[in-house]
Design a protein around this ligand. Structure first.
Ligand SMILES: *Cc1c(COP(=O)(O)O)cnc(C)c1O
Length: 313
């Protein structure tokens, strides 16, 4: 863009259609958004560049469950951003012990791995495999993880490799082996899929992206029993269903069970910052030794401070 253009555009906001055209010309077309250009938001309302108000019924796929620009979370963002935002995990920071707060939101979860967005499911898969080899004694390279048809766990190559949606996979192979897909909600299929090499069953207690699919009553409870009987980790992906979305703190609580591994994200930081986390017992997350796993932005003080306020808001 020429300098004069830039100066003009900073003085005079571009009209809606120009913004749409600019984005279409220069951005990758991996989304097909509505041509509403949002400029600001508050609570349940969003406002476009012409000042038109809309009721937001999407809430960023549940990432802003607390409402847009929640004042308490905003205050924390301002406060922490002016103090320190990133230390790397080579040092400690005073905000990271908020793990204790997040992990006590769910019983039996005492350890917590902090991840930037996208990373939590990958971390859970790595946890399950490592636990399978180091604790359960599965022969090296043989670990199996069971997942459900219609699943949505993210977009990394590992994860789309076990998607049952052709578009998510098309053109991205080859994929990682070691995953088995069963029909969602089918307890007999789960029973038959488990082998001595199964380390985990990864499941959304309610499938979000699949169109809000609720499994048959009792499925999660029976799945939890099967997992316990066979020493298989039950891993609940509550990135979308968790943190109050279903009327209880987590959707698994409707069936009175406790998963071995709980994956949270989205509303964890109220839309202010991409934060996700893996929660599990010390025995399970303790399989990671120093140097086994990491992330440049993981556990950063800004994300931790925001998550702590977002969970209390
Ligand atoms: C959104 C979502 C994810 C992926 O989160 P990203 O931040 O987009 O990587 C994983 N699991 C579930 C259930 C989700 O709804």
């Amino acid at each position: 863009m020429e300098e004069t253009d830039h100066e003009d555009s900073s003085r005079d906001p571009l009209p809606c259609q120009d913004l749409v055209d600019l984005e279409n010309q220069h951005g990758a077309h991996n989304y097909h958004p509505l041509d509403v250009v949002i400029e600001r938001a508050e609570g349940v309302w969003v406002y476009d560049v012409d000042g038109k108000r809309y009721l937001d019924c999407l809430a960023a796929y549940s990432a802003v469950n607390q409402g847009h620009c929640h004042p308490k979370i905003l205050a924390t963002l301002h406060e922490q951003a002016a103090k320190v935002t990133l230390t790397s995990r080579a040092f400690r920071n005073d905000q990271l012990p908020c793990s204790a707060r997040i992990s006590t939101t769910s019983p039996a979860m005492t350890w917590c791995s902090h991840e930037l967005r996208h990373r939590a499911v990958e971390t859970a898969l790595k946890t399950a495999r490592k636990w399978g080899y180091k604790v359960k004694g599965i022969p090296e390279g043989q670990a199996e993880i069971i997942v459900c048809s219609g699943n949505f766990h993210g977009r990394t190559i590992t994860i789309v490799g076990f998607s049952s949606d052709d578009q998510y996979r098309d053109g991205f192979g080859p994929f990682a082996p070691g995953f088995k897909i069963i029909p969602y909600g089918d307890i007999d299929a789960l029973r038959h899929a488990i082998t001595p090499n199964t380390c985990a069953f990864l499941v959304e207690p309610i499938q979000g992206e699949a169109g809000i699919q609720i499994p048959p009553a009792g499925f999660l409870r029976q799945a939890a029993e099967l997992c316990r009987e066979n020493r298989v980790l039950l891993m609940a992906d509550e990135i979308q269903s968790g943190l109050g979305r279903t009327g209880k703190l987590f959707a698994y609580m409707h069936e009175g069970i406790t998963p071995d591994v709980l994956i949270v994200g989205k509303a964890l930081a109220g839309g202010f910052y991409p934060v996700s986390a893996v929660l599990a017992s010390r025995e399970i997350l303790g399989v990671f030794k120093s140097g086994d796993h990491g992330s440049t932005f993981g556990g950063n003080p800004l994300g931790c401070a925001i998550a702590r306020t977002a969970c209390a808001s």
